[in-house]
Design a protein around this ligand. Structure first.
Ligand SMILES: [Zn+2]
Length: 350
């Protein structure tokens, strides 16, 4: 299948090759692929501006692997003006209204497929922007033979996330079984000791996984697993009869994310995704094909390379709190044995 262009030249569907050329290589708009030489561009916040304003967290910083800090207020990527305003109108505005609801109202509304799809697109959008920003993160250290952090990534693996993050523009439907794992958590309070401003955000782009907290609502998504990670997580972690001992916190969600990311990176066989566009109605749908066998994980705890990958995810999930942990817990974290889920009452089945 080739890319599908509208009469004004904007692509509805971008093949992986065209995505790599127009969006990654030539740094066109991450939504429509057009060049900043031909159209006006402005900057789009990676963490949406309405969240920064609601929670007053412009001053917070995100750490990148080059160890330089980027403040949320200036953590932005170029986007063409047309797509930026479309994103505001079609995604950010309705999502901001949805996430400001009470957990009870949110639970009810998210059962509607259009709202669920909107939420999925929004999370994919933030996860994608977060990794796309690496193309603009310069590396000055001559020790590394790269110009920007983006050169470290395998961008072919980001194509599916890019397809999802632009569905508000392409008006693509997602087949009901083509969603990945999505988990929604409700916290008892608007903040907790690990998330004092009511906000938390982690993304593991290699595993296509993201966790975002806004006040009492916590959202986890894995975008390319066809739901396998959620199922395997539930087989491994059991909530005892009578429920958990303690309410869930941000830190627990980070652990759930690290577990799911590990599962995703070690899935034996992966689902494959494709988009189909009807040339008459110009309507696209994203579909999935599942492997014939039941999803299985090929993680071997006795293999140091496997353990290293898992440990990296956990270290990264907990790095912000490591200096505040007692030494004993810091050591458990270094060994990959620290578990907050266990503390609140989850029982590991394997
Ligand atoms: Zn655009």
């Amino acid at each position: 299948m080739s890319s599908f262009f509208l009469s004004d030249g904007r692509p509805l569907y971008l093949t992986k090759e065209d995505y790599l050329d127009l969006v990654v290589e030539r740094k066109g708009c991450f939504i429509c692929g057009r060049s900043n030489e031909d159209f006006d561009f402005n900057n789009e916040h990676v963490i949406p501006d309405w969240i920064l304003r609601d929670l007053k967290i412009h001053h917070r910083s995100i750490s990148k692997s080059d160890e330089r800090l980027k403040y949320y207020s200036t953590h932005k990527i170029p986007c063409c003006e047309r797509c930026n305003s479309l994103l505001g109108e079609k995604v950010e505005k309705p999502i901001s209204e949805l996430l400001r609801k009470t957990p009870e109202d949110f639970s009810r509304l998210i059962n509607e497929k259009s709202n669920f799809e909107l939420l999925y697109c929004w999370l994919a959008n933030i996860a994608y922007k977060s990794v796309h920003s690496d193309l603009y993160t310069k590396v000055d250290n001559p020790k590394f033979e790269i110009n920007n952090l983006g050169e470290l990534h395998n961008w072919s693996n980001m194509h599916h996330l890019n397809v999802l993050c632009r569905i508000f523009f392409t008006e693509t439907d997602i087949d009901t079984n083509a969603f990945g794992t999505v988990r929604i958590f409700f916290f008892p309070d608007e903040n907790d000791e690990f998330s004092p401003e009511g906000f938390d955000f982690v993304t593991f782009f290699e595993a296509s996984a993201v966790f975002l907290r806004f006040r009492r609502i916590g959202l986890i998504a894995v975008f390319n697993d066809g739901g396998a990670c959620g199922g395997i997580f539930d087989d491994n972690f059991i909530v005892p009869p009578g429920g958990l001992k303690e309410p869930i916190r941000s830190i627990d969600c980070r652990e759930v994310l690290a577990e799911m990311a590990t599962i995703n990176l070690f899935l034996k066989e992966r689902p494959s995704y494709r988009s189909e566009t009807d040339p008459i109605s110009i309507k696209s749908i994203t579909k999935v094909s599942f492997p014939e066998s039941r999803p299985e994980v090929e993680y071997d705890p006795s293999n140091p390379e496997d353990r290293f990958v898992r440990n990296q995810l956990f270290q990264s999930a907990f790095s912000h709190i490591k200096p505040h942990l007692p030494l004993e817990k810091q050591r458990l974290l270094e060994d990959g044995r620290l578990s907050f889920l266990k503390e609140i009452g989850y029982v590991r089945s394997s």
